[in-house]
Write a protein that binds this ligand. Structure first.
Ligand code: HEC
Length: 153
């Protein structure tokens, strides 16, 4: 499946379910510790993780492509880091999951938004989407990442 077809909101094969990615499990594994199960940003003690229920105070914005970019690059100088181990489809799926917390439903991204994203990250050159990431694999990744960090990487 072409990436552009996958991210095209008009395409029938669009969305976390169709992508066969368990976005909720990814969110709970990698995001909920800081952003909270309800997306209210309550998980991070002594600091502010973004409250996903409102579009206020976002640095990049609430488009899928904005969240995708945050997952690629993190937010410098904050505890929001990049998630380079996610596949492009996992980033798209998690971005939709995050947007679902917004009380005021945001408009879908435009074709131009997606085209720019595909261009910026060379996404048309990516592989077939992976199957749903099993929880064991997610935990393995977490451990590997922690070890990398300890090793200074
Ligand atoms: C270690 C804590 C932590 C984890 C884990 C974490 N975040 Fe964040 N996140 C933050 C903080 C803190 C901010 C606010 C940064 C700032 O001050 O701009 C943030 C901001 C964001 C934003 C707002 C971007 C914007 O435009 O302002 C998004 C979207 C986001 N996180 C998504 C995620 C997703 C998705 C995950 C899981 C894959 C995740 N975060 C995991 C701490 C975390």
């Amino acid at each position: 499946m072409e990436y552009e077809a996958v991210v095209d909101p008009e395409h029938p094969g669009f969305g976390p379910e169709e992508l066969n990615i368990d976005a909720s499990r990814l969110y709970m594994t990698f995001c909920a510790t800081c952003h909270g199960l309800a997306g209210d940003g309550s998980g991070l003690p002594g600091a502010e993780a973004r409250d996903f229920r409102t579009a206020e105070n976002w640095k990049r914005g609430t488009r899928v492509v904005d969240i995708y970019c945050t997952l690629m690059e993190g937010i410098e100088g904050t505890q929001m880091r990049a998630y380079p181990n996610f596949t492009p489809w996992e980033r798209v799926a998690v971005a939709h999951y995050v947007r679902a917390f917004l009380k005021d439903k945001p408009p879908p991204d435009s074709q131009e938004d997606y085209a720019a994203l595909v261009e910026e990250y060379g996404l048309d050159k990516t592989q077939e989407p992976k199957e749903t990431i099993p929880i064991e694999k997610a935990m393995e990744l977490l451990v590997e990442e922690a070890q990398d960090r300890q090793a200074g990487g």
